[in-house]
Design a protein around this ligand. Structure first.
Ligand code: SF4
Ligand code: SF4
Length: 288
């Protein structure tokens, strides 16, 4: 539904195209399929086009009852807009790449940190903190701060639903931003510290797009592992298939692992991947 964005994130892998789509046409198509729940996301920032509530109205008219929103929360800094949105949205997945203003500015190439934070605080002030899901993309610009971010989230938004740490994809704008993709082995100690800190606080967390060998002893936090445990396909629809690599061919964790990403191998190769002999059924999934 989105066509523009009020940020210019260095890692955006699905940047806006400016193409406007007709809410009524999309609503009619969803009605035909009997869709009752939608996630408002993709191709930009859904709240930045000026027609956000037109979309909600059109989709509600077509029978959609439940709305999830992926947002950077900048527009939610407007208290009236936020109040209306909280009344309609079941979950806000908030792309918030740093709790530090200077790092946020570098990643989003914007001066919108305070607006985004205000958006989060407005949701909280409206009694809807439980609706916040932090979506924290791990990149070269912020991986050393993962434990600090975890503590910040737990301290300032203790009732948020969870933190999702997702490893940056080497796609879209990231391809033009040299060295934005860190190595798995660089990130590994920091992500483990962040996960341990959140677990000690009783805060839910999940990790996406990082192979299990980079999460040794923390595999239960892997989103893809949890999908496998539930009996779902390990990779979500629309995600590129795993890259073939010799370590994965020998690894007992392979069925439950997102594997090495083809876009990652282009920059760092497969040298860090280590075949395991662990039985994936012996891993306990973490709370999520
Ligand atoms: S990642 Fe999201 S917030 Fe950032 S530029 Fe892309 S669409 Fe906008
Ligand atoms: S070696 Fe391959 S299959 Fe095994 S944990 Fe690493 S990436 Fe996953």
């Amino acid at each position: 539904m989105a066509r523009t964005c009020n940020l210019y994130c260095v890692y955006c892998h699905n940047p806006p195209t400016g193409e406007k789509r007709d809410p009524l046409k999309i609503a009619a198509a969803l009605k035909k399929r009997g869709v009752k729940a939608v996630s408002l996301e993709g191709g930009g920032e859904p709240t930045a086009g000026g027609d956000f509530f037109e979309w909600i109205k059109a989709l509600s008219g077509a029978g959609v009852k439940r709305f999830m929103l992926s947002t950077n929360a900048v527009a939610l800094s407007d208290a009236g807009f936020c109040r209306r949105a909280v009344g309609k949205i079941e979950y806000f997945t908030v792309n918030f790449p740093s709790h530090r203003e200077d790092v946020y500015a570098k990643i989003t190439r914007s001066v919108k940190f305070r607006a985004a934070l205000k958006g989060l605080l407005n949701i909280k002030a409206l009694g809807a903190e439980e609706k916040i899901r932090f979506f924290h993309i791990i990149s070269a610009a912020n991986y050393r701060l993962l434990p600090e971010f975890a503590m910040w989230a737990a301290r300032n938004f203790p009732r948020a639903a969870f933190v999702n740490f997702t490893f940056v994809r080497n796609k879209g704008r990231a391809l033009k931003a040299g060295r934005i993709v860190p190595r798995y082995t660089q990130v590994s100690p920091f992500i483990k510290l962040a996960l341990a800190a959140l677990k000690l606080k009783g805060y839910k967390a999940v990790v996406q797009n990082i192979p299990l060998c980079a999460l040794k002893d923390f595999e239960g936090f892997s989103f893809e592992f949890q999908r496998w445990r539930r009996g779902d396909r390990v990779l979500e629809e629309g995600i590129d298939p795993k890259a073939a690599c010799p370590a994965c061919a020998r690894c007992t964790l392979e069925p439950a692992c997102c594997g090495a990403r083809p876009d990652y191998l282009k920059v760092h190769g497969a040298g860090e991947l280590k075949a395991s002999r662990k039985d994936p059924r012996s891993i306990t999934p973490e709370r999520f």
